[in-house]
Ligand binder design. Structure first.
Ligand code: ZN
Length: 177
């Protein structure tokens, strides 16, 4: 097994290796100008392994994966984005969710970060059993670094996040410089 994964995914190491061995899309600037979207084969293969292991409520969901050359919001780079396919679009596609991946960023990510990124996007893809429908799930926490620095865990959602972060940090899967 080449890729490092958390314990819960340990048996899937080879499946991830195969998924990440899918050919990486190579496109020139001109080709991106002609066509703004491209099938994201590698993210889709990673997503399939994640769904069967960690997101079983999505086994019957149709999730589409597309690359865009670059993605940003309010001037900040966005690595990927999940949306629910509804309304007019749902009429024209078979999809329940769409995951768009920033191709330029994807090229630079390690295997482990690629899996973490798709796992994150799949967390946004939820199922409401009571109403039998797919729903978009918001983040558990949205906060400013400055507020965390000034006030620490000032509300329960931050305390839960801090605990989770501490547990995740022990895995030492990633280093930041
Ligand atoms: Zn997100």
């Amino acid at each position: 097994m080449a890729v490092k994964v958390p314990e819960v995914l340990r048996t899937k190491g080879e499946a991830f290796d195969r998924a990440l061995a899918r050919p990486m899309l190579i496109r020139t600037e001109d080709q991106w100008k002609e066509e703004a979207y491209a099938e994201a084969e590698q993210p889709e293969a990673v997503g399939a392994v994640l769904v069967e292991t960690l997101h079983p409520h999505l086994i019957n969901a149709a999730v589409g994966y597309l690359y865009r050359k670059e993605m940003a919001r309010n001037g900040a780079e966005v690595w990927a984005k999940a949306s629910k396919v509804g309304g007019k679009l749902a009429h024209y596609t078979h999809l329940d969710f769409l995951i768009e991946v920033n191709w330029s960023r994807w090229l630079m990510l390690s295997d482990e970060r690629r899996i973490a990124l798709i796992d994150h996007e799949l967390m946004h893809c939820g199922y409401d059993g009571e109403h039998d429908r797919y729903v978009l799930v918001p983040h558990d926490l949205e906060e400013f670094n400055a507020i965390a620095r000034r006030w620490g865990s000032w509300r329960p959602s931050m305390a839960h996040f801090a605990t989770a972060l501490g547990e995740g940090a022990q895995l030492a899967l990633f280093t930041h410089d």
